[in-house]
Design a protein around this ligand. Sequence first.
Ligand SMILES: Nc1ncnc2c1ncn2[C@@H]1O[C@H](COP(=O)(O)OP(=O)(O)OP(=O)(O)O)[C@@H](O)[C@H]1O
Length: 267
Amino acid sequence: MEAALELDDMTVRVVGRTLVSEVNWRVDHGQQWVLLGPNGAGKTTMLSVAAAVRHPSSGSATVLGKRLGRTDLRELRRDIGLVAASQRLVDEALLEEEVATALTVVLTGHTGTSAPLWDRYGDAERERAHRLLADLGCKELADRPFLVCSQGEKARIRVARALMADPAILLLDEPFAGLDLPAREDLIEALEDLARTRDGLTTVLVTHHLEEVPATTTHALLMKDTRVVAAGPVEEVLTGTALSDCFGRPLRLDSVDGRWYARAVRA
Ligand SMILES: Nc1ncnc2c1ncn2[C@@H]1O[C@H](COP(=O)(O)OP(=O)(O)OP(=O)(O)O)[C@@H](O)[C@H]1O
């Protein structure tokens, strides 16, 4: 069966620096992955290749059956949902001028644009945008100006926007950054619901905290110094030993109700 994502001996270099080295990684449809590793390990670089934003310098990357470098990236990106706090989601000036609501921001996901293309949104798209906000547990935000939404609300609206194009793969780069505890837990629950209810949806989540790994996660990949040090089913990869090796200090990992908790081992 065709993989959702396949990296084959992939290296990403910029002038004078290697960001990712000789990675082999296969993600099958329907799998939910988490990428973990110290700052600067190369996680975001991996995600940007998966999002068809960056090309490999050597080796190959195949996303949804399309080999990067041999395919129309704009077309491929339509099937990829990317959620990253650094992403410029909507035209800032427009947000202020037109008081773009949460619903408008979700609608722009249909066209993959930073400004709404109103003639492209009919009743079906509006209904879908409302439904996605409801799926993410924030249907009451539809008419609220996006600019005044809290960080936690914006985080959920971002995911709803990414789902608007019905992507085959959803990539989440630190979606919990800046969220307080209830907002984090709400977003984790929303992601778990998505994984349980959307058959075949593939997700890759980059995070720094084991506490943020949804219980529905099936696979984990650990990176250190540009290289993959472990990859496979969560129960095999998320161990105290593997995490201690990856982060370079003794860590203890506990699991409760399918979620994970890590802390440093004290002498
Ligand atoms: N265009 C670039 N030119 C030079 N160095 C870069 C470039 N892009 C990324 N890097 C460096 O490559 C390394 C890997 O970056 P990347 O963002 O992939 O790491 P990361 O694992 O996501 O880190 P973090 O957890 O801190 O977000 C970092 O040291 C970063 O400074």
